[in-house]
Design a protein around this ligand. Structure first.
Ligand code: FAD
Ligand code: SF4
Length: 426
């Protein structure tokens, strides 16, 4: 078993077969129900065990067209592994690692899913992240002519922002390459005019543009050089790392998985002191435990129960003025105590740069006619229909920050809803 730089384990054949032996092959397969795309988990594990590697890889990819991507970074601890019956005896079967092994060991093998006869109907898909790719692929298999519009190469956040030490670009590119036979891709930035033209051209449209706008702190000093919104930071770190001069002392503000990625990336770029500033306690972070442990292994330090009041500096960041908090009595929507400021507890942390990672919002001002949720996401019903006839939406743009496999599942389910809608139109 080979640990990568973040300590995530990748199975070799011997370890995969030993892990496959642990599966109980439950008749009701709670793991399959818990996997958002419902991979036949006992089925592919049984194939691995009996030496049918191609069959195992086919079962995984047939349900999960982003098989390599999810094999590397799916948070299985909140999905399939969370309901593994084996955990009642000792530890859950390491399903993500088996999924990854099944896919990687058959890399390069042709995958030709069935394709229905071609129809005359066309569908436009906006955004080529997991949701858009899943939808375009599924509709392509159903025989529709699909045009996928995206600003840049297809792959969404997994290609642009997830650090390569967790998810190599080649994994995403290989997945996309397999799917791309089923649709046409257009490199275009959608605006109001393009949206009007696309809805006028296609019989149905699926909007899956993700969450591309970083939230701001709204504190003095945020405009100084050396302050980075997190998506801009992560994208630049992947594409042009030499363009970033973050110095040796970096402060990351935030308490989610994205902030951990930013902190680990800052360390990988050579910053000696990386401090994550979070206004609540460690146990209230909304993170996956494996990611938190990985950030610690990479040397990231934490200042819990503190938040930034202002960013200090003349032209460039020199430090962050912080204040401590304590847990208040009031409980917020997330079920966590609201942090309360402690007067007189201010302290200055010296810094060369600051990364702001406090969440993302929808960046689609060109979508004025669609109803929104209270949180500003695109409002949809149980069939991914928006308030505009023939326009569907899914993924993070409709449900807020999620996961690759959840967005992919949205795309696949929305494709089926679009198919049902178009059948009724004919
Ligand atoms: C740093 C980071 C790390 C993450 N780590 C993980 C992880 O380890 N595991 C996990 O499961 N999930 C992870 N996630 C979450 C996961 O990446 C997202 O939930 C998922 O990518 C959302 O998919 P989506 O298709 O809805 O949107 P996106 O992936 O955001 O894709 C939207 C696409 O639409 C395009 N687009 C947007 N606006 C326009 C426009 N106007 N015109 C044309 N194209 C447009 C974008 O360029 C993009 O390609 C992470 C997220 C971030 C930010
Ligand atoms: S896609 Fe994720 S949830 Fe589904 S089997 Fe693979 S690791 Fe588990």
């Amino acid at each position: 078993m080979k640990p990568d730089r973040t300590g995530v384990h990748e199975f070799d054949r011997r370890r995969a077969l030993a892990e496959a032996e642990r599966c109980l092959y439950c008749f009701d397969a709670p793991c399959t129900s818990a996997c958002p795309v419902h991979i036949d988990i006992p089925g592919f594990i049984a194939m691995l065990r009996s030496g049918n590697g191609p069959g195992a890889a086919w079962l995984v990819r047939d349900a999960n067209p982003l098989a390599e991507t999810c094999g590397s970074i799916c948070p299985s601890e909140i999905y399939c592994q969370a309901s593994c019956t084996k955990a009642k005896q000792d530890t859950p079967v390491r399903i993500r690692e088996l999924h990854q092994y099944a896919t990687r060991s058959e890399r390069g093998r042709e995958f030709h899913p069935e394709r229905s006869p071609r129809t005359e109907k066309t569908v436009g898909v906006l955004g080529a992240g997991p949701a858009g790719l899943g939808c375009a692929f599924e509709l392509g298999k159903l025989g529709y002519q699909v045009d996928l519009y995206n600003d840049g190469p297809p792959g969404g956040v997994p290609l642009k922002s997830i650090p390569s030490f967790r998810l190599p670009e080649e994994d995403v590119v290989r997945d996309v390459g397999i799917l791309a036979r089923f649709f046409r891709t257009h490199d275009v930035r959608i605006d109001a005019a393009a949206f009007g033209a696309i809805t006028g051209t296609h019989d149905a449209v699926f909007v899956a543009v993700g969450l591309g706008r970083d939230r701001v702190l709204g504190i003095p000093g945020e405009g100084l050089r050396g302050v980075y919104p997190v998506l801009e930071f992560l994208e630049t770190a992947k594409k042009r790392p030499h363009a970033l001069a973050i110095g040796s002392r970096v402060i990351v503000v935030g308490g989610g998985n994205v902030s951990l990625d930013a902190a680990a990336t800052a360390r990988s770029l050579g910053a000696a002191d990386v401090m994550l500033l979070y206004r609540r306690a460690e146990e209230q972070m909304l993170v996956w435990p494996a990611e938190l442990a990985a950030a610690r292994r990479m040397g990231v330090e934490f200042s819990f129960r503190s938040f930034p009041l202002s960013i200090a500096g003349e032209d460039h960041v020199e430090g962050v003025m912080c204040r401590r908090t304590r847990a208040g009595k009031e409980i917020d929507d997330s079920g966590r105590p609201v942090p309360v400021e402690i007067p007189g507890s201010d302290f200055l942390l010296p810094a060369d740069s600051v990364i702001v990672a406090i969440g993302q919002d929808l960046r689609a001002d060109w979508l004025p006619r669609l109803d929104r949720t209270g949180r500003g996401h695109i409002g949809v019903d149980g069939n991914f229909r928006t308030s505009l006839a023939g326009v569907f939406a899914g993924g993070d743009a409709a449900s807020g920050e999620g996961t690759v496999v959840r967005s992919l599942a949205h795309g696949i389910e929305a494709a089926k809803a679009i198919h049902a809608y178009l059948m009724r139109q004919s």
